[in-house]
Write a protein that binds this ligand. Structure first.
Ligand code: GLN
Length: 538
């Protein structure tokens, strides 16, 4: 098979949550820093067509791309590490693969053939893997196979990898297998047997890994590495460790020290004589590790038990903290537990309050309480999506005096429906992929705080919502002191509300957290942290 794109497959064994996404992102970063064009793709073995319909407690946050795909949170890591945009092509689920194959079958495209997992499902997997490479002519595509080797649902993916490796030829693809080497305290030993078994499971499916990355709490000596190499048929230098580190942003540096990038390039027959340019990355890391100040931000939401539910927001604070040389402590506050009685106790000492995105009425009253507390006490406030809608409702109720102000997502329409379903959403009945999704332009009012924060008046941000600000109220809000700072000129939709008399009070209908990266921290997060720093009491 003729190809100019090279393929790296990342599989995982022994247990889930070993950080395949971070290893894939780190390798991609290193290859990108050596001058190669790289992208990363995630194949998810579940039957949802996309994670948009999943509760964040199932798989963490749903990450939205420029083109409006609702995707796995690993795509957020890919973008944050690589500073590039991903798209629908970068995340494929078993649900999507089957949907495509079944739609083709219904159209009669298989010409009377029996449609089977092999070859039809595996062919569709291979098509999706190669499409991402050929469409944008990447030098290297790194494909992360979700799940753990040995799972029933991973089998078609491993088989597709086996076939592709055969078809692409030896020097055009590499398999990296990530496993765990546990330390047994009672025996005082690091154990390699789970790794051996997991490689055996891969071999049973016809795939010989080229490189083993071993997650470990302790340094792996030469003896252990040699033993793993011998029992798993890999080169001695291709057994490398991934030791626990304080921040995920250390991993590219560690992988570079372990020469992961060089081994991959060697196996792919690609020149290695380029300089790995990590200066900016290292400067960022130095700032993360040596903050001069510290602020605490209350993140008010209902998925606070699982920090992954707010992954992009938490990472954006790390980027914005580094930009301000300030450590940002994110204090999760469950909005279901927040009320007027305990607000002072829970919020008095924070330097900023963020009300998170979300859906549905559970915990909504606590969000209004958080907005009110920030507004009345001049505490920097940042509302994202539902957080902006809460700010509007709180203002309507407590400043404009419309005590019945509502969003029709939470309650039936009243005389003062200040947040309402978008016209374009009224006829939609299906849930999956039907919200207002992806990037839309927004024109900022040049006198606004938001325009000052961005340093420009034309922006584009990503969306994921069904409800919007009711424009009938715009004048009444303006007169009372809450103004629209940005609108989408085509639809007239209000994208940003702010209170100019407040120290820093901005609510946005979009999701700035999806666009913050290590090398390009998002201006709104940078501005919010800066404002929070002005409240530090010496
Ligand atoms: N539930 C709200 C809407 O659909 C907000 C969505 C969000 O926060 N992402 O408009």
């Amino acid at each position: 098979m003729e190809t100019s794109t090279k393929y790296v497959f990342v599989t995982g064994g022994v247990t889930s949550s070993l950080g395949k996404g971070i290893i894939a992102s780190s390798l991609a970063k290193l290859l990108q820093s050596s001058g190669y064009s790289v992208t990363i793709q995630k194949l998810d073995p579940y039957l949802n067509v996309d994670p948009g319909t999943l509760n964040p407690y199932e798989h963490g946050e749903c990450y939205v791309t420029e083109d409006g795909a609702e995707t796995d949170l690993d795509l957020g890591h890919y973008e944050r590490f690589l500073n590039i945009h991903t798209s629908q092509l970068n995340n494929v689920t078993t649900g999507r693969i089957y949907q495509t194959v079944i739609n083709k079958e219904r159209k009669g495209d298989y010409l009377g053939k029996t449609v089977q997992v092999v070859p039809h499902i595996t062919d569709e997997i291979k098509r999706c893997i190669q499409l991402v490479g050929t469409k944008h002519r990447f030098d290297v595509v790194i494909t992360e196979i979700g799940g753990t080797v040995g799972d029933i649902e991973s089998l078609p993916y491993i088989e597709a990898v086996r076939q592709l490796r055969y078809q692409l030829g030896n020097t055009n693809s590499v398999v990296i297998h990530l496993t765990l080497v546990p330390y047994l305290a009672a025996a005082g030993e690091l154990k390699t047997k789970p790794t051996q078994h997991s490689v055996k499971a891969l071999l049973e499916n016809g795939v010989q890994p080229d490189i083993l990355v071993l997650r470990t709490e302790r340094n792996l000596n030469m003896e252990i590495r040699k033993k793993v190499a011998l029992f798993c048929n890999v080169d001695g230098d291709a057994v490398i460790q991934s030791i626990d580190v304080p921040t995920i942003y250390d991993v590219p540096i560690k992988m570079n020290e372990e020469k992961l990038d060089q081994i991959v390039l060697r196996k792919l027959n690609l020149p290695q004589n380029k300089v790995v340019e990590l200066r900016q990355w290292k400067e960022f890391l130095a700032k993360v590790k040596n903050p001069k100040r510290e602020v605490t931000i209350a993140l008010v939401g209902k998925y606070t038990q699982l920090p992954d539910a707010y992954k992009s927001i938490c990472e954006s604070f790390i980027h914005a903290g580094a930009a301000n040389e300030c450590k940002v402590i994110v204090q999760m506050i469950n909005s279901e537990k927040l009320n007027d009685e305990n607000a002072n106790q829970l919020l008095a000492s924070v330097n900023g309050i963020l009300v998170a995105p979300g859906f549905g009425s559970r915990g909504i009253d606590g969000k209004y309480v958080a907005v009110k507390y920030a507004r009345e006490n001049n505490i920097p406030f940042f509302g994202i999506c539902l957080g902006m809608q809460c700010a509007v409702i709180e203002f309507a109720r407590n400043v404009l005096g419309y005590t019945d102000a509502v969003s029709t997502e939470m309650e039936a329409a009243t005389e003062h429906t200040v947040i309402d379903i978008m016209e374009s959403q009224k006829k939609i009945t299906e849930k999956g992929g039907t919200m207002r999704l992806g990037a839309y332009p927004c024109k900022l009012n040049s006198n606004s705080l938001t325009a000052k924060v961005y340093g420009q008046t034309k922006i584009s941000e990503r969306h994921r919502h069904r409800y919007e600000f009711n424009n009938d109220y715009l004048e009444r809000f303006s007169k009372a002191g809450m103004v629209a700072a940005g609108i989408n000129e085509t639809s007239g939709l209000v994208e940003i509300m702010e209170i100019p008399s407040h120290r820093w009070f901005i609510g946005v209908q979009f999701h700035p957290e999806y666009k913050s990266t290590v090398l390009s921290p998002h201006p709104l997060f940078v501005g919010f942290v800066k404002a929070a720093m002005t409240t530090i009491k010496n």
